[in-house]
Structure formats: C-alpha cells, structure tokens
Design a protein around this ligand. Structure first.
Ligand SMILES: [Zn+2]
Ligand SMILES: [Zn+2]
Length: 288
C-alpha cells in the first residue's frame, strides 16, 4: 500500500464506501415502493453494467480475448466503473492475481483461504474488499500507460455517482432507491463468480483448482459462471463450453453473443477460442 499516494488511497477507498452506501440506500425502496418503471430501471442498469464488467473489464481489458478499438474499451470501462466495479487498473490487477495464485494464499478472494466454510464464502462474496487485500501490490503497466484508462481508474467513482444523480433526476427517491438496489444486486452477482463458481458445479476440463461451470452463476452474470472453462482457457472469448457424449457442447453465453455482435459492426476482431481438439485434450488432462 505504501506505493500509493494519499490521493490514490482516498480515491480507491471511495469504492467500497459507495458499495456500503448502496446497500443502505437500497432500503429506500421499502419506503417509496417500486413502480413498473423503476423495476425496469433496476433491470436495465443491472444488465448494461454487468455486460460492461464481463465483456469489457474481464474479457477485453484483462484477458485480451478479442481486440477492439480504443473507444470501445474506454466507453465500456466508463460503464463498468458506473457499476461500482472500481477502475480498470484496480480491476485488472486483482483479477490477474486471482488467476496467477488461484485458491492459494495470495488469491485475493478465494473461498478456501484464509478461511473456509461459511466464513470463506462470505470472504469471497465481498468480505475481501474490506481487508488489506483491497490494495493490489502493483497496477498493470499497459493500463497505466493509457491516459484515458488511468483517469477513469483514479476517478472511478464519478460515473457511479453521476448515475445516481441521473436516477434521482429521472424519478426522485424511488429511482434513486432503484439505482442503489440495482448496484447492490450487481455487486453480489459479480462476487458469485468468486464464491459459488469456486465451490459448486461441474468440472468438464482439467484445472489445478476447484473452478466450476455453474449454470445459476452463468445466468446472473451473462455467461461468467462457466468458470471451469475460463480457468482452463483464460484467453477464450467464449466461456460457455462444456463436454457432452465425449464431444464439445456449447452453452448459453450472452457476453460471447455481445462480442460477436461487436464483430458484426466491425468493433471486435481476433476473437480467441480454443479449437475442439484442444478442448477435448484438456478434458482428458493432456496439455496441448
Ligand atoms: Zn476464478
Ligand atoms: Zn478471468
């Protein structure tokens, strides 16, 4: 943490503070109630911001599973930051450490260490953000060199606050409460990849960890719950892949559909995916 200036420390700490505020603010809907309009607002904000987190922060920025023009990365990062997912440098730093040390002591959010059982679950479901693990050891140089991404990283809370103000402007306290509720649901949805997808599900591909393909997590995270495939092939743009009758079978993966749609509009290229021989070899535990 000593490598961070006081301003960066303050900027980063605003992130978990706003997530706590969102949890409390979500209670507003108990007072205001929810109209059909505000329910749609909750769903729309959840969906768009989840997609930016999975399709841009995770599969583009962190794993480079496809290529896209810079404005796609910048706009997507702004939307992901408005989800309360912190900035691009912080997000990528943590996620790369997760892949490097998966389920070992240095994994920032493993359900197996430093605690197990219900404590381990709560740790991986968000508790880790309230520990010293919150500050990554170092930030990724490629993101730090991009001035736009660096500004978004340090001012990550601005899009989130702006969206809250917009929500209030649209529908007063009811829509502000809907915004807080959507942000809280989104936060926990993303965290299920860290918790449930390392605890429960199927493991069609050989990995050195307990990562699982979990259909419930895949549903609420637009495809990220196919986490066993992801740990077996982190650079694959498609996560929804499994094995059936000794062959390869494809699973619903909305984020992959989004990437293919970007490709149709010439906004995505060089989409990476392992071929079926490679997938079958990994299923048998043969590195190829
Ligand atoms: Zn994982
Ligand atoms: Zn990943």
């Amino acid at each position: 943490m000593s490598q961070y200036s006081p301003l960066v420390i303050i900027s980063y700490l605003i992130g978990p503070t706003l997530i706590i505020v969102s949890h409390i603010g979500a209670l507003l809907v108990l007072i205001t109630g929810l109209s059909w309009g505000s329910v749609l607002w909750i769903i729309l904000l959840y969906f768009l911001r989840m997609l930016a987190t999975t399709g841009i922060y995770h599969r583009l920025l962190t794993h480079k599973s496809y290529q896209a023009p810079k404005p796609v990365l910048w706009i997507g990062s702004l939307v992901a930051a408005s989800a309360g997912q912190m900035g691009p440098s912080w997000w990528k730093a943590h996620h790369l450490i997760h892949h490097q040390y998966v389920e070992q002591d240095l994994d920032p959010h493993s359900p197996f260490t430093p605690a197990q059982g219900i404590k381990g679950f709560l740790w991986s479901q968000g508790g880790w953000l309230l520990s010293s693990r919150f500050f990554p050891e170092k930030l990724p140089m490629d993101v730090e060199k991009d001035t736009v991404l660096k500004v978004i990283d340090r001012l990550h809370f601005v899009p989130l606050v702006a969206l809250g103000v917009l929500s209030y402007g649209i529908g007063g306290l009811e829509y502000l409460g809907a915004f807080f509720l959507s942000t809280t649901l989104l936060f926990h949805g993303v965290q299920t990849v860290n918790s449930i997808s390392h605890l429960m599900g199927k493991q069609p591909f050989q990995t050195k960890d307990n990562s699982c393909n979990n259909s419930f997590v895949a549903l609420i995270t637009l495809g990220e719950g196919w986490h066993n495939l992801h740990h077996a092939f982190p650079a694959s743009s498609r996560h929804g892949i499994t094995l059936k009758d000794e062959g390869v079978a494809y699973l619903p993966d909305f984020t992959y559909g989004f990437i293919k749609t970007l490709e149709m509009f010439k906004l995505a290229s060089k989409i990476k995916m392992p071929n079926e021989n490679t997938l079958l070899a990994r299923a048998r535990g043969v590195e190829s």
